[in-house]
Design a protein around this ligand. Structure first.
Ligand code: SF4
Length: 213
C-alpha cells in the first residue's frame, strides 16, 4: 500500500529555502517558480547520485539512498540522500547523511535540514537518533552533527514558520537591501524575483536606489 502525505505537508527542502530567504521559499513552494543556475545544477547532480535508490551493506554498516521520509506529527515529507544503518548489537541504528554541493554555506540551515530528516526517521522507525552527518562535495569533508535539544527546538520552530508562511499563501517582499545585497547574487531566483525592483514597496525601492548612490 502506498500512502501519500496530505497536501498540506511541507517538503523538508522548504526549510532550507526559508532559512536562506522566506521570499525564495514562497516563490518556490507557493508560486512553483524554479530557475536553474549553476548552483542548483551542481546540487542536483550530487543529489541524483545520492538518490539512485540502492542499498549496500559493508560489514556493520548498511547504506540506503533515496529513502522517502514522512512525519505525521510534524506535517513534513521529504527524501533522505543517504541513511546509514549502523549495527548496534542486534539492531540497526539509523544515521542520516546529507550531501551538499560545494563547501559549507550555511551550516545552521544544513544542520536543521538534517535534523528534520532525523525527526522523520525517529517517528517512522520508533528510535532515537543522536547523531547524523553532513558531507560537502567541495571539501569532501564529513561533518558530524549532534542532534541535541537546541537543534531539535530550532528545527521545530523553522517547520512552524514555514507552515505559517505557506498556509498564509502570500509571498513576502524581498529583504532590506543590506540583506538582499548579501544573499540575492547567490539566489537561483534572482532573475524572476527582481529583489531591487519597485514591485512591493516604492519607498523601499527608492531607499535602495538612494543607498546605492
Ligand atoms: S533574489 Fe533575493 S529576495 Fe529574491 S528570492 Fe532570491 S534571495 Fe530572496
Amino acid at each position: 500500500m502506498h500512502h501519500h502525505p496530505p497536501a498540506d505537508f511541507i517538503p523538508i527542502s522548504a526549510l532550507q529555502h526559508y532559512l536562506f530567504c522566506p521570499r525564495q521559499c514562497a516563490l518556490i513552494h507557493l508560486e512553483q517558480l524554479w530557475t536553474e543556475n549553476v548552483y542548483t545544477a551542481e546540487g542536483r547532480q550530487l543529489h541524483e547520485k545520492a538518490h539512485s535508490n540502492k542499498a549496500e551493506t559493508r560489514g556493520d554498516c548498511k547504506t540506503v539512498s533515496g529513502l522517502l521520509l514522512c512525519s505525521h506529527t510534524l506535517g513534513l515529507t521529504g527524501q533522505a540522500d543517504v541513511v546509514e544503518f549502523h549495527r548496534l548489537g542486534k539492531a540497526w541504528q539509523p544515521y542520516p547523511v546529507e550531501y551538499k554541493r560545494g563547501r559549507p554555506k550555511s551550516m545552521a540551515a544544513d544542520r536543521i535540514q538534517l535534523c528534520a530528516q532525523a525527526l522523520c526517521l525517529e517517528e517512522m522507525l520508533h528510535v532515537f537518533i543522536s547523531e547524523g552527518a553532513l558531507f560537502y562535495g567541495k571539501t569532501r569533508r564529513r561533518q558530524v552533527v549532534t542532534l541535541n535539544e537546541a537543534l531539535r527546538d530550532e528545527t521545530r520552530a523553522t517547520i512552524l514558520a514555514v507552515q505559517d508562511l505557506l498556509s498564509k499563501g502570500a509571498t513576502p517582499p524581498p529583504p532590506p537591501v543590506e540583506v538582499a545585497n548579501n544573499i540575492c547574487p547567490a539566489c537561483s531566483l534572482c532573475d524572476v524575483c527582481l529583489p531591487l525592483a519597485p514591485q512591493t514597496s516604492a519607498a523601499s525601492y527608492l531607499q535602495s536606489v538612494m543607498e546605492g548612490i
